[in-house]
Design a protein around this ligand. Structure first.
Ligand SMILES: Cc1cc2nc3c(=O)[nH]c(=O)nc-3n(C[C@H](O)[C@H](O)[C@H](O)COP(=O)(O)O)c2cc1C
Length: 305
């Protein structure tokens, strides 16, 4: 693509985020690139890797205990996106710590660890243990608190929709994370997302990630019932780009909190729009499931050199 004249950022150069330098500004989003391990053998036609130029892989959210997730079906493709109700299927924190994170470190994958918990205070022990275990890791750059998963019964999207709850989660994690970036991933399913961002920043987050999925529903006309057994799911993909851009704008212009933009990015132009609004980095989600090279391609296309 022809890069616009206002474009100045070097997306594949290190940049400071809180106490840490991250290797680049184009990341993969949580839940859309698994734990960042499965694509190591993939090669594009020109021989390049899906990790080339990617500033961070945000790993699939892990919870204190393993989860099997929600009943199938739990992913429905729609005309311009996807509706999911995965329900945070994951291997659990201890397995992740013992087997996944060391492998990411050994492979040199720049990693941001996504965590979820049932109560705000649960985040403290998780982050403490992560820090004790991995403080010597060179490629572990930060933690993203998933405060916005709409698909989990005991949390639901209400979990992170109150600024006071966001603040408690962030404060509990920050206390044990002195030297890594701390991000709070916040929900768009509220009236005023800027207030969540403000609460996160004031409690010690270095940035917020915005947005997680938008609550949606689709009906299977063969049965007259919603496709998803839980009726609602999280809507993602290209259709939500304007929603994500609006939410990012509300945060940046409204309260000036640093934002990592996510939602609907499939092409370099989409990422540019987030940067134009002031995002410090971006994440590629649903597009990465269709094309594991999407983030690497966007990073390459936005490189000014
Ligand atoms: C199948 C699927 C699973 C996801 N799992 C997670 C997750 O575990 N944790 C999380 O914070 N976000 C999760 N997300 C949300 C994405 O990270 C992202 O915020 C959202 O999909 C919007 O970006 P996109 O339109 O680029 O996909 C998931 C999204 C999809 C489609």
């Amino acid at each position: 693509m022809n890069l616009p004249s206002w474009w100045q950022l070097e997306v594949t150069a290190p940049f400071k985020l809180g106490p840490r330098e991250l290797p680049g500004r184009i990341w993969t989003a949580s839940g859309c690139f698994a734990y960042g391990l499965h694509a190591h053998d993939f090669r594009a036609a020109d021989g390049t890797s899906p990790y080339l130029g990617v500033g961070a892989v945000v790993t699939k959210t892990v919870t204190p205990l393993p989860r099997t997730g929600n009943a199938m079906p739990r992913l429905v493709e729609t005309a311009c996106g996807a509706l999911n109700s995965i329900g945070l299927e994951n291997v659990g924190f201890e397995d992740f710590l013992a087997n996944v994170l060391p492998e990411l470190e050994a492979r040199g994958v720049p990693t941001v660890v996504s965590l979820a918990a049932t109560t705000p205070e649960d985040f403290g022990p998780l982050v403490r243990r992560l820090h004790e275990h991995a403080s010597g890791f060179a490629h572990w750059h930060g933690v993203e608190l998933n405060l916005s998963c709409p698909n989990v019964a005991e949390g639901g999207h209400d979990f992170g929709s109150a600024p006071a709850t966001v603040a408690r989660c962030v404060a509990a994690a920050r206390a044990w994370l002195p030297d890594r970036a701390l991000l709070a991933k916040i929900t768009p399913n509220v009236a005023d997302i800027a207030q969540l961002a403000l609460a996160a920043r004031d409690a010690g987050a270095d940035a917020v990630s915005a947005i997680n999925t938008v609550v949606g529903l689709d009906v299977d006309l063969r049965t007259g019932q919603p496709y998803l057994p839980r009726r609602f799911g999280g809507y993602s993909g290209q259709a939500i780009l304007p929603i994500a851009l609006a939410k990012v704008d509300q945060i940046v212009r409204g309260v000036g909190v640093p934002v990592v933009g996510v939602g609907g990015i499939a092409e370099p132009e989409d990422a540019l729009k987030f940067f134009a609004l002031g995002a410090v980095a971006v994440q590629v989600g649903t597009a990465q499931m269709r094309d594991p090279f999407a983030a690497a391609r966007i990073a390459r296309d936005l490189a000014r050199r």
